[in-house]
Design a protein. Structure first.
Length: 231
Protein backbone atom coordinates (compact mmCIF):
# COMPACT_ATOMS: atom_id res chain seq x y z
CA UNK A 1 0.00 0.00 0.00
CA UNK A 2 1.05 3.58 -0.57
CA UNK A 3 2.18 5.35 2.61
CA UNK A 4 -0.64 7.28 4.22
CA UNK A 5 -0.27 11.00 4.65
CA UNK A 6 -2.35 12.95 7.17
CA UNK A 7 -4.05 16.20 6.04
CA UNK A 8 -2.61 19.46 7.34
CA UNK A 9 -4.28 21.01 10.35
CA UNK A 10 -7.45 22.89 9.56
CA UNK A 11 -7.93 21.29 6.15
CA UNK A 12 -10.66 18.94 7.28
CA UNK A 13 -10.82 15.22 6.78
CA UNK A 14 -10.25 13.71 3.38
CA UNK A 15 -11.44 10.48 1.84
CA UNK A 16 -9.09 7.55 1.43
CA UNK A 17 -8.87 8.09 -2.34
CA UNK A 18 -7.81 11.70 -1.79
CA UNK A 19 -4.95 10.56 0.41
CA UNK A 20 -3.53 8.29 -2.30
CA UNK A 21 -1.09 9.73 -4.85
CA UNK A 22 -2.01 9.28 -8.49
CA UNK A 23 -0.17 6.46 -10.29
CA UNK A 24 2.46 7.47 -12.85
CA UNK A 25 1.05 8.19 -16.29
CA UNK A 26 2.27 5.86 -19.03
CA UNK A 27 2.17 6.51 -22.75
CA UNK A 28 3.54 5.10 -25.96
CA UNK A 29 6.19 6.74 -28.07
CA UNK A 30 5.25 8.44 -31.31
CA UNK A 31 5.04 5.81 -34.04
CA UNK A 32 6.76 8.22 -36.42
CA UNK A 33 9.93 8.11 -34.36
CA UNK A 34 12.43 5.84 -36.11
CA UNK A 35 13.81 4.67 -32.74
CA UNK A 36 10.41 3.51 -31.52
CA UNK A 37 9.97 -0.26 -31.76
CA UNK A 38 7.34 -1.44 -34.20
CA UNK A 39 4.89 -3.20 -31.92
CA UNK A 40 3.53 -6.46 -33.27
CA UNK A 41 2.48 -9.44 -31.21
CA UNK A 42 2.44 -7.48 -27.94
CA UNK A 43 -0.03 -4.90 -29.21
CA UNK A 44 -2.15 -7.45 -31.04
CA UNK A 45 -2.77 -9.37 -27.83
CA UNK A 46 -3.41 -6.19 -25.84
CA UNK A 47 -5.69 -4.57 -28.46
CA UNK A 48 -8.89 -3.22 -26.97
CA UNK A 49 -7.34 -2.42 -23.61
CA UNK A 50 -4.22 -1.17 -21.91
CA UNK A 51 -0.98 -2.98 -22.64
CA UNK A 52 -0.78 -5.64 -19.97
CA UNK A 53 1.89 -4.63 -17.48
CA UNK A 54 4.13 -3.59 -20.35
CA UNK A 55 3.32 0.09 -20.96
CA UNK A 56 6.24 1.99 -22.46
CA UNK A 57 7.42 5.32 -21.04
CA UNK A 58 7.27 8.46 -23.16
CA UNK A 59 10.95 9.21 -23.69
CA UNK A 60 12.83 11.93 -25.53
CA UNK A 61 16.21 10.26 -25.95
CA UNK A 62 18.67 7.70 -24.74
CA UNK A 63 20.93 8.17 -21.74
CA UNK A 64 24.64 7.97 -22.09
CA UNK A 65 27.06 5.97 -20.06
CA UNK A 66 29.79 3.45 -20.45
CA UNK A 67 28.85 -0.16 -20.64
CA UNK A 68 30.88 -3.31 -21.06
CA UNK A 69 29.59 -6.11 -23.23
CA UNK A 70 30.42 -9.78 -23.53
CA UNK A 71 29.02 -12.57 -25.65
CA UNK A 72 29.10 -16.33 -25.48
CA UNK A 73 27.14 -19.56 -25.39
CA UNK A 74 27.29 -20.44 -21.70
CA UNK A 75 24.37 -22.38 -20.30
CA UNK A 76 21.97 -20.42 -18.13
CA UNK A 77 21.64 -20.95 -14.39
CA UNK A 78 18.34 -22.77 -14.94
CA UNK A 79 19.20 -26.43 -14.54
CA UNK A 80 17.73 -28.59 -17.25
CA UNK A 81 15.64 -31.35 -15.76
CA UNK A 82 14.24 -29.24 -12.92
CA UNK A 83 10.48 -28.96 -12.73
CA UNK A 84 7.98 -26.76 -10.87
CA UNK A 85 4.27 -27.58 -10.79
CA UNK A 86 4.88 -30.19 -13.46
CA UNK A 87 6.64 -27.74 -15.83
CA UNK A 88 10.21 -28.59 -16.74
CA UNK A 89 12.91 -25.97 -17.21
CA UNK A 90 13.53 -25.15 -20.87
CA UNK A 91 17.14 -25.15 -22.10
CA UNK A 92 18.61 -21.66 -22.46
CA UNK A 93 21.95 -20.12 -23.26
CA UNK A 94 23.49 -16.68 -22.84
CA UNK A 95 23.75 -14.75 -26.11
CA UNK A 96 25.50 -11.67 -24.72
CA UNK A 97 25.66 -9.43 -21.67
CA UNK A 98 26.68 -5.92 -20.65
CA UNK A 99 26.95 -3.76 -17.53
CA UNK A 100 25.59 -0.20 -17.31
CA UNK A 101 25.54 1.87 -14.11
CA UNK A 102 25.86 -1.30 -12.00
CA UNK A 103 22.98 -2.91 -13.89
CA UNK A 104 23.83 -6.31 -15.37
CA UNK A 105 21.97 -6.78 -18.67
CA UNK A 106 21.85 -10.36 -19.96
CA UNK A 107 20.23 -11.60 -23.15
CA UNK A 108 19.41 -15.31 -23.34
CA UNK A 109 18.03 -17.55 -26.06
CA UNK A 110 15.60 -20.05 -24.57
CA UNK A 111 13.91 -22.98 -26.23
CA UNK A 112 10.46 -22.02 -27.51
CA UNK A 113 7.71 -22.75 -25.01
CA UNK A 114 4.18 -21.34 -24.62
CA UNK A 115 3.64 -18.58 -22.07
CA UNK A 116 0.59 -16.82 -20.70
CA UNK A 117 -0.19 -13.13 -20.25
CA UNK A 118 -2.41 -12.19 -17.31
CA UNK A 119 -4.24 -8.84 -17.48
CA UNK A 120 -5.64 -8.90 -13.96
CA UNK A 121 -8.82 -10.78 -14.81
CA UNK A 122 -8.01 -13.26 -17.58
CA UNK A 123 -5.09 -14.94 -19.32
CA UNK A 124 -4.06 -15.15 -22.96
CA UNK A 125 -1.79 -17.97 -24.11
CA UNK A 126 1.02 -17.07 -26.53
CA UNK A 127 2.21 -20.08 -28.52
CA UNK A 128 5.31 -20.15 -30.72
CA UNK A 129 4.85 -20.33 -34.46
CA UNK A 130 6.79 -22.39 -36.99
CA UNK A 131 8.70 -19.28 -38.01
CA UNK A 132 9.96 -18.54 -34.49
CA UNK A 133 13.59 -19.38 -33.70
CA UNK A 134 13.84 -18.95 -29.92
CA UNK A 135 12.42 -17.05 -26.96
CA UNK A 136 14.52 -14.00 -26.18
CA UNK A 137 14.78 -13.40 -22.43
CA UNK A 138 16.44 -10.21 -21.18
CA UNK A 139 17.22 -10.03 -17.47
CA UNK A 140 18.21 -6.91 -15.56
CA UNK A 141 19.97 -7.33 -12.23
CA UNK A 142 22.06 -5.45 -9.71
CA UNK A 143 25.62 -6.25 -10.77
CA UNK A 144 26.80 -6.48 -7.16
CA UNK A 145 23.96 -8.38 -5.47
CA UNK A 146 22.32 -10.19 -8.38
CA UNK A 147 18.87 -8.95 -7.29
CA UNK A 148 16.48 -8.66 -10.25
CA UNK A 149 15.44 -5.16 -11.36
CA UNK A 150 11.72 -5.03 -12.25
CA UNK A 151 9.39 -2.24 -13.48
CA UNK A 152 11.58 -1.25 -16.44
CA UNK A 153 10.63 -1.44 -20.12
CA UNK A 154 12.79 -3.31 -22.64
CA UNK A 155 12.53 -3.09 -26.41
CA UNK A 156 14.70 -5.24 -28.68
CA UNK A 157 15.86 -4.77 -32.26
CA UNK A 158 17.88 -7.42 -34.10
CA UNK A 159 19.72 -6.66 -37.32
CA UNK A 160 21.46 -8.83 -39.87
CA UNK A 161 23.87 -6.37 -41.40
CA UNK A 162 21.79 -3.27 -42.18
CA UNK A 163 18.49 -5.16 -42.33
CA UNK A 164 16.14 -5.20 -39.34
CA UNK A 165 14.84 -8.74 -38.84
CA UNK A 166 13.14 -8.27 -35.46
CA UNK A 167 11.77 -5.29 -33.57
CA UNK A 168 9.42 -5.84 -30.62
CA UNK A 169 8.78 -4.68 -27.10
CA UNK A 170 9.47 -7.42 -24.58
CA UNK A 171 6.81 -8.72 -22.19
CA UNK A 172 7.51 -8.28 -18.47
CA UNK A 173 7.86 -11.94 -17.56
CA UNK A 174 8.35 -14.14 -14.50
CA UNK A 175 9.77 -17.64 -14.47
CA UNK A 176 10.52 -20.14 -11.74
CA UNK A 177 13.84 -20.87 -13.44
CA UNK A 178 15.06 -17.47 -14.68
CA UNK A 179 13.26 -15.19 -12.23
CA UNK A 180 12.01 -11.79 -13.36
CA UNK A 181 12.82 -10.68 -16.90
CA UNK A 182 11.52 -9.39 -20.21
CA UNK A 183 10.76 -11.86 -22.98
CA UNK A 184 9.23 -12.48 -26.39
CA UNK A 185 9.50 -14.96 -29.24
CA UNK A 186 12.00 -14.15 -32.01
CA UNK A 187 12.04 -15.23 -35.65
CA UNK A 188 15.41 -15.10 -37.44
CA UNK A 189 16.03 -15.88 -41.12
CA UNK A 190 18.70 -18.45 -40.30
CA UNK A 191 22.05 -19.11 -38.68
CA UNK A 192 24.60 -16.31 -38.69
CA UNK A 193 25.89 -13.22 -36.92
CA UNK A 194 23.43 -10.66 -35.62
CA UNK A 195 23.43 -7.33 -33.78
CA UNK A 196 21.04 -6.97 -30.83
CA UNK A 197 20.07 -3.48 -29.68
CA UNK A 198 18.22 -3.16 -26.37
CA UNK A 199 16.45 0.05 -25.35
CA UNK A 200 15.98 0.06 -21.58
CA UNK A 201 13.82 2.69 -19.90
CA UNK A 202 14.19 3.46 -16.19
CA UNK A 203 12.32 1.38 -13.60
CA UNK A 204 9.11 3.21 -12.61
CA UNK A 205 8.77 2.53 -8.90
CA UNK A 206 9.61 3.74 -5.44
CA UNK A 207 13.34 3.37 -4.74
CA UNK A 208 15.51 3.02 -1.70
CA UNK A 209 18.31 5.56 -1.46
CA UNK A 210 21.02 3.35 -2.93
CA UNK A 211 19.22 3.63 -6.29
CA UNK A 212 18.20 7.28 -6.16
CA UNK A 213 20.83 8.59 -8.60
CA UNK A 214 21.09 5.82 -11.20
CA UNK A 215 18.92 4.47 -14.03
CA UNK A 216 17.17 7.81 -14.47
CA UNK A 217 17.31 8.04 -18.28
CA UNK A 218 16.67 5.60 -21.14
CA UNK A 219 19.75 3.71 -22.25
CA UNK A 220 20.57 1.74 -25.37
CA UNK A 221 23.05 -1.14 -25.32
CA UNK A 222 24.32 -2.84 -28.46
CA UNK A 223 25.36 -6.48 -28.37
CA UNK A 224 26.57 -8.97 -30.97
CA UNK A 225 25.81 -12.69 -31.06
CA UNK A 226 26.04 -15.66 -33.36
CA UNK A 227 22.95 -17.78 -33.80
CA UNK A 228 22.73 -21.45 -34.70
CA UNK A 229 19.61 -23.59 -34.66
CA UNK A 230 20.60 -25.30 -31.40
CA UNK A 231 19.15 -23.30 -28.45
Amino acid sequence: MWPRREPPAGSGSRSESERLPSPPVMCRRDAANDDAPQLGRVDRVARGGALIAAAALCIAGCGSGANTATSGTRSSAAAEGQSVNGVRAAPARVLASATWQEMRITARAMKLVPFVVFNGTSTTTIRPTRQDSFQLIVTLADAQTGVAIPYATVSATIRSGARVVYRERQWPMISAFLGSGYGNDVSLPGAGSYQLSLLITPPVSARHLEYQNIWLRPHRVDLAFHWTSAA
